[in-house]
Design a protein around this ligand. Structure first.
Ligand code: GUN
Ligand code: ZN
Length: 435
């Protein structure tokens, strides 16, 4: 099998650095990463590993760069590439005025495929190697996405949106059709190569009780699949859900009553939750995807990270394109830091980069495969450039240690900071000066 050897500064997390301190990560100023086929073979300091590299092996040398695991985006909508930057509305109007009409176009498989290709190229350019992705109500949208992902060999999770009410007719399925279509997609795609499936009820407002039950039934029938939906993003949404489901004690309970909470369940946003909801998320090992650019852009609210920490609710990072405004996880961490500031919470740079890598892998229960640089893990990693722009180069030259560099990168950086993206041992993207 082919061997690739990279030499440069390396960072990878073993645990939450806020909990484990220096035990939470490995950092080599002069490190070696050995990739064999699609897996990592070895990682460590150059002085230990260089002697084990045979003399005829080419060593790729990286100066003023940082090699780290690829970013993991736990909430994003591929069909919303053309919804990005839509003016003036909050969630419910934004859905009706912009999002639903745009998603209608995904009944056309060619449009779906063209958009999926564009979307995946943007993600890879931004350094994101795994994402939990919404399709549209059309099963062909998910087919197109998985085909595009399979071609690139990216580890992606996607699902057909289930929605059977409170949306235009052209975007509604039925409980039974959504069950059958999801089932067929799971059979065809879940575990095929690197592709994984997520049962995807859009949110409580657009699903009947019967449809939510069907979603729960799918999770029972296929225990390895994921579940993704939206939760408690906007206060008008929360009020409407309470009216629609008088038998539920709160928003999360609507999903809970239908068996949708588990260690593989990711709830986007979760801004306006009560203590009971936090407790249920914790007990079921469900997680929240924090989407700060979206929460600010749609005026949804400021997620309280301190509260989640205190109540031990797992959370990770999502861009939520197209409610969110950037594919870049660096930009997303930038906004996350500011949201935390507004809530008197300090999001440390180490914690931020943990959330964007191993934290995401853990939320998805995929940390045995991705999210860190260790032997036997899948070789999905990126090379960040400490000198991507004159400003970043200048500011970083003043930094005294890793934490200061990471902080400046997450505040000033974006996709221009990603020099290379490697997926399953192959370099899929190399930034050129013209990008
Ligand atoms: N809630 C239901 N659907 C959506 C969506 O597409 N985006 C966001 N941000 N929230 C939602
Ligand atoms: Zn979303």
């Amino acid at each position: 099998m082919s061997l690739t050897v990279l030499r440069g500064e390396i960072l990878s997390f073993m645990d939450d650095p806020d909990k484990s301190g220096e035990q939470g990560y490995v950092h080599f100023h002069d490190g070696i990463l050995v990739v064999e086929g699609d897996k990592i073979k070895a990682v460590g300091p150059a002085e230990d590993l260089l002697s084990s590299v045979s003399a005829d092996t080419v060593v790729l040398e990286y100066q003023n760069k940082l090699i780290m695991p690829g970013f993991i985006d736990t909430h994003i909508h591929y069909p919303q590439v053309d919804v990005l930057a839509s003016y003036g509305e909050q969630l419910l109007e934004w859905l009706n005025n912009y999002t639903f009409p745009t998603e209608r176009q995904f009944s056309d498989p060619q449009h779906a495929r063209e958009t999926a290709d564009f979307f995946l190229d943007e993600l890879i350019k931004a350094g994101t190697t795994t994402a939990l992705v919404f399709g549209t109500v059309h099963p062909q949208s998910v087919e197109a996405f998985f085909e595009a992902s399979e071609l690139r060999n990216t580890r992606m999770i996607c699902g057909k949106v289930m929605m059977d009410r409170h949306a235009p007719d052209f975007l509604c399925d039925t409980a039974e059709a959504s069950y059958q279509d999801s089932k067929a997609l799971i059979e065809q795609w879940h575990g095929r190569g690197r592709q994984l499936y997520a049962v995807t009820p859009r949110f409580a407002i657009t699903s009947s009780d019967e449809q939510l039950q069907k979603a729960g039934q799918l999770l029972k029938e296929y225990p390895g699949v994921f579940m993704q939906t939206h939760l408690s993003e906007n206060t008008d949404e929360v009020d409407f859900v309470q009216k629609l489901f008088p038998g539920a004690c709160d928003y999360l309970d609507v999903y809970d009553q239908n068996g949708l909470l588990s260690g593989r369940s990711v709830f986007a946003h979760g801004i306006h939750l009560c203590e009971r909801e936090h407790a249920r998320l914790r007990e079921t090992e469900s997680s929240i995807s924090f989407c700060p650019t979206s929460n600010l852009f749609l005026g949804s609210g400021l997620l309280d990270l301190a509260q989640l920490e205190k109540e031990q609710v797992t959370y990770s990072m999502g861009t939520d394109v197209g409610g969110g405004t950037s594919f870049s996880m660096l930009q997303t961490l930038n906004e996350a830091y500011k949201v935390a500031q507004m809530r008197q919470y300090k999001l440390s740079p180490l914690k931020a980069f943990y959330l964007a890598t191993l934290g995401g892998a853990r939320a998805l229960k995929l940390d045995h495969l991705i999210g860190s640089l260790q032997p036997e893990r899948e070789a999905d990693f990126i090379v960040l450039d400490y000198a991507a722009t004159p400003l970043i180069k200048r500011r970083l030259s003043k930094c005294k240690n890793l934490e200061e560099r990471l902080f400046a990168l997450m505040i000033l950086g974006d996709d221009r900071s990603v020099a290379e993206t490697w997926v399953a041992g192959q370099c899929l993207y190399q930034r050129s000066q013209n990008d």
